[in-house]
Design a protein around this ligand. Structure first.
Ligand code: NAP
Length: 474
């Protein structure tokens, strides 16, 4: 009987498409799903790929279909379901087999799963897969974490099914343990920031300049031919151009302005905070989705304070384009700085240039810009993107536009949490003498935390006056 090269558990949106992608690349894939009916439906609908797919609604039979050593991809909902599947799978596997969690795991869970499987002889890989349904079917970006030796078991299949950029596979081994899922988390944080900044620019067009969705769509389509060329800018044009069949109105005008989130954006902000790395633009994007979700409360806010000015902005489309580029540079600088710090902390030795390379195709943030980032990190430097020569010139050229757009938003009462935090990050980053000398003075005053003096070694304290409540102040 023919044996499958790889197994896949979980025939949801991602799993089903990933399995078809594997089959399309000439490998035989066996599938299993908790709800057995989905296995039959999958096999029945495999069409010309039927010869490369097999499956069973019974887990032991599914495992029995796999070539040894077995590689099993788990593509189920992140969290407890992954643990449940691993628990069912473990007794059926043998030494040398590898479980591959391809869902959006929190990397702390991945680290725990590694330690739980440690010593069992069963290997584990935590891989981040980006690109949504389309990417899963035709080539996602794949970020691999785990032991390099175990990666070799699955390398041929995963490299083949990943997206290609100039013929190079967008799948790479990035480091031990939770490295793959950590990088995927930061990818999603950057994605949040990218999307939010685009939404803020759309807000300036709609509310500040009074542009119609169709006019906005044309501008985004045009920008997609320039330095902002990216999947997100491209789909923005399509979303803005779409018409609603029910009402005959632009579709974007009938969509409720409350964004969902599944957690990865929030995790990326939490990881940045835990590592002590400033990632305010990513945090701003997460916070923007949270405030978007309290729509009824915002409507009460509008009744109390007014909606803000409409149609009064005077800013050029060229400035908006450049501002988006500058904001993007700040957001990516933050995301890569978080990864550089995590790499140092966990001894991952994350290849930042490779990460940028495997994000150039297949994933949601794919763009021309990522090719420039991969070149900036090629020499092996992990310095902040804002200090990389090609980005210094881009930021020098575009930060004035970001300043003008943020000022326009402030004056016109338009919220721009990500663009303004990107500007504040840039201004703080390039300020050699900041203002936390005062903060340090305050900390020493109330907590005797000490401070360092310019040009001197060691910690110092000042003898501050004692402030007794009710006593006369100096
Ligand atoms: P989905 O369509 O919601 O499918 C969920 C799958 O998980 C189903 O096969 C379901 O089986 C299975 N499942 C849920 N609970 C289970 C349990 N306790 N035991 C066994 N199986 C269980 O999910 P999806 O969108 O394909 O996402 C799968 C993973 O990929 C998630 O981690 C997600 O975050 C990640 N991801 C998704 C996207 C995307 O665009 N959708 C992109 C990148 C990554 P039943 O059929 O029996 O319910």
């Amino acid at each position: 009987m023919q044996e499958a090269d790889i197994g896949l558990i979980g025939l949801g949106v991602m799993g089903e498409n990933l399995a078809l992608n594997i089959a399309d690349n000439g490998y035989t894939v066996a599938v299993y799903n908790r709800t057995a009916g989905k296995v039959d439906a999958f096999l029945d609908n495999a069409g010309p790929l039927r010869g490369n797919v097999m499956g069973s609604g019974e887990l032991a039979a599914f495992v029995g279909m796999l070539k040894r050593p077995r590689s099993v991809i788990i593509m189920v909902q992140a969290g407890d379901p992954v643990d449940a599947v691993i628990a069912q799978l473990r007794p059926l596997l043998a030494e040398g087999d590898v479980i591959i969690d391809a869902g959006n795991a929190n990397y702390h869970d991945t680290v725990r799963r590694f330690s739980e499987l440690d010593g069992t002889g069963i290997g584990f890989l935590g891989i981040g897969v980006s690109g949504g349904e389309e990417g899963a079917r035709h080539g996602p970006s794949i970020m691999v974490g785990g032991s390099e030796a175990q990666w070799k078991n699955a390398e041929a299949v995963l490299t083949a099914i990943a997206a290609k950029f100039n013929g190079e596979s967008c799948c790479a081994y990035l480091g031990t343990g939770g490295a793959g899922h950590f990088v995927k988390t930061i990818h999603n944080g950057i994605e949040y920031a990218d999307m939010q900044m685009i939404a803020e620019i759309y807000g300036v067009m709609r509310d500040g300049l009074g542009m119609t969705p169709d006019a906005c769509a044309k501008v985004f389509a045009d920008w997609n031919k320039g330095p902002l060329d990216s999947y997100l800018i491209e789909i923005t044009g399509h979303v803005l151009a779409a018409m609603d069949e029910k009402t005959g109105q632009p579709l974007v005008d009938v969509i409720v302005d409350a964004a969902g989130q599944k957690g990865t954006g929030r995790w990326s902000a939490i990881e940045a905070l835990n590592l002590g790395v400033s990632a305010t633009t990513i945090e701003g994007a997460v916070a923007a989705r949270s405030i978007s979700a309290i729509k009824a409360e915002r409507e009460r806010g509008e009744a109390l304070y007014g909606a803000g000015m409409k149609g009064k902005a005077t800013i050029s489309l060229e400035a908006l384009e450049k501002a988006l580029l500058a904001g993007k540079i700040a957001a990516y600088a933050q995301g890569f700085a978080v990864m550089a710090k995590a790499s140092e902390e966990h001894g991952w030795n994350l290849p930042l240039d490779t990460i940028a390379k495997i994000w150039r195709a297949g994933c949601i943030i794919r763009s021309r810009f990522l090719d420039q980032i991969s070149k900036a990190f090629e020499a092996g430097s992990s310095d902040n993107l804002l200090t990389q020569p090609s980005f210094v010139s881009m930021m020098t050229e575009s930060n004035g536009a970001l300043r003008a757009v943020v000022a326009t938003c402030a004056v016109n009462e338009l919220p721009a949490p990500c663009l303004s935090s990107a500007l504040a990050y840039f201004d703080a980053y390039r300020q050699g003498r900041g203002t936390t000398n005062l903060t340090q003075g305050q900390r020493d005053f109330f907590g005797a935390h000490g401070f360092r003096r310019i040009g001197e070694e060691g910690d110092f304290h000042h003898s501050w006056p004692s402030l007794v409540e009710g006593a006369q102040q100096p």
